[in-house]
Design a binder for this molecule. Sequence first.
Ligand code: GLC
Ligand code: CA
Length: 557
Amino acid sequence: MRERRAWWKESVVYQIYPRSFRDSNGDGIGDLNGITERLDYLKELGVDVIWLSPVYQSPGDDNGYDISNYREIQQEFGTMEDFEHLLSEVHRRGMKLIMDLVVNHTSDEHPWFQESRKSRSNPYRDFYIWKEPVNGGPPNNWASRFRGSAWEYDQATGMYYLHIYSPKQPDLNWENPRVRRAVYDMMEWWGKKGIDGFRMDVISMLSKDPSYPDGEIKDGNPYGDGQPYYTNGPRIHEFLKEMNREVLSKFDWMTVGEGVGVGPKEALAYAGYDSHELNMMFHFEHVELNPGPYGKWNTNRVDLRELKAVLSQWQTQLEGRAWNSLFWENHDYPRAVSRFGDDSPAWREMSAKMLAVCLYMMKGTPYIYQGQELGMTNMHSQNLEDFRDIETFRVYQEMTGRGLVSHEEMMAYINHTGRDNARTPMQWSSARQAGFTEGTPWIGVNANYREINAEDEKMCSNSVLAFYKRLLKLRRSKDVILYGSYRLLLPDSPSLFVYERELDGERALIACNFTSMEQAFALPSGWEANRERLIGNYEGEEKNGILRPYEAIVWRC
Ligand code: GLC
Ligand code: CA
C-alpha cells in the first residue's frame, strides 16, 4: 500500500453549526449543552470527529466568525465549563473534537483592535493593517468579500484599515511577529485543554501582497478583485511552516485549511506530505462551478461533465502526495440535494443517497454538514425578512440598489446559493420547531420538517439517515475505499458519474446516475462476472444494462 495510514485519513468528520444544532434552554439559539445532548446520535451515525464552527466570544456580526475573545465561550452558547463537559463527553465516546481557528481577522471589538485604533503609536497599532488615504480615498480598489470597499476609514487617526470581510472584521497583520506569537499561544492554550485540532478559516489569506496593488475591475463593478493579491500570498508558506513548528507539531492533531483560491497545485504546497504545514485543505472548485455574471449569485445548474472533471483532477493530482477532503455542504453553501440532486418529494431521498455514494466512495476524509445525513433541503423563501446572513443582506442591498437585478431575481439567487439555506435549524423531529427549541428559533425552521427529520428517519430502514450509516460503515471496512487509487470512467457522459478504485489487486466500481431518467449503462470490461454488490440505493435486484433514476451502486471484485 502506497499511502501511510493516519487516524485523520480514516475518520468521518461532522460539522456542527452551533447556533442551529440544538437549543437546550429555550432561548432559540443552539448551544453547547444542546450538542452534548445529541452526541449519541452522532456516534450512531458513524462520526469520528466533530468540527465545531466558532463558539468563542463574539458580537455575532458574522455568526461567530468575528471573535472578540479567543479564550472565552460566547455567552449564548454556554460557559467554559459547558465546553469542557462537551469535550470530555466527546472523548468518552471515542470521538474527537476540532475547533474553528479564525485568525485572518478578529472582531473590531477585540481588545487588540480597540487598542490599535486609539493612536498611530499604540503598541497594538501594527496588529492590524493600517494605510494612509490615497487621493482622499481608500488605499486601493479592493472589494470586500461581503461587498463595498475592503477599507474602512477611521476618524480617530485619519487612516484606513483593511477588512476583507465586514468592517467589523478587521484583518490581522501577519507580518507582525507579535501577532503570530499571540495566535500560536492561543492555539497551544486550546491544545492543553485537550482539543484534537483545528479547521482553519480562510487560511490561504493570511499573507497579503505588500504592495497592495489595485485589483482588476470586472463587469462594471465599483470595486476591484483583490483576491489574487490576498490569497496564497508571498509569505503564506513561511507562516504555516512556522505555525507547524511552533504549535501543530506538538500535538497529534488533525488540521484542515479553508482554501479560498486554492487549486490542486496550491493544495500540494499547503498539505503535501512533505510540506510540514497542514493535513489537508478544503477547496471550492466543485461548489463554485458555473458562476454567472454576478459570481455565485445565480440559478445555474452544474454540468456533470465539469463536476466530474474537477473532482477527478483533485483525486488524481493529489494521489500519493497529499490528502483530499470530501464535502458537498457546509455553513456557507446551499444544501447539496437542492443543488446537485433533486429536492422534489419524488427524488429527494434517492438523489441524497446517490450524492453520498458519489463523493464518499472517493479517496479523502468525508465531511458531513449537520442535516445533510437527513437529506435536508434549501429553505425556499421569497421574504428577505426570513434571512439572517450578513452576506445575503449586503449583496441584496448592493445588487438591487444599483438596479442590477429585481427583487424577484435576487430572491431566486438567494434561494439557490445563499448561506442561510444551510443554517436553518437541524430537524430533529416532527414536534413544534422541529424539536430544535422550546422557544422561538433565531432563524425559521424549514417548513418541510414534518417530512424530513431525524426521529422519523431513525425508525425507517431505508431513510437517508439509515443509508448514511450503512455507507460510512462500508467505507470504514474497506481499505480499497480508504486508500485505493482513483480512475474516472465515461468522462464524457453528461448523466453518469462512474469511477473505479484499486488497491493491491482489489477493485471497487462506483456508478451513479445524476438524472431522474433511466440511463443505459454497460459494465466496463472486467466487471461482467464475479462482482459483488456492496451497497446500492435501490432495494432488490439490479437492472441489467440500466441505471434507474438517481441510482447509485458500489461493487467490488
Ligand atoms: C469563512 C467562513 C465564513 C465566514 C468567513 C469570514 O469563509 O466559513 O462563514 O464568513 O470565513 O470569517
Ligand atoms: Ca440556547
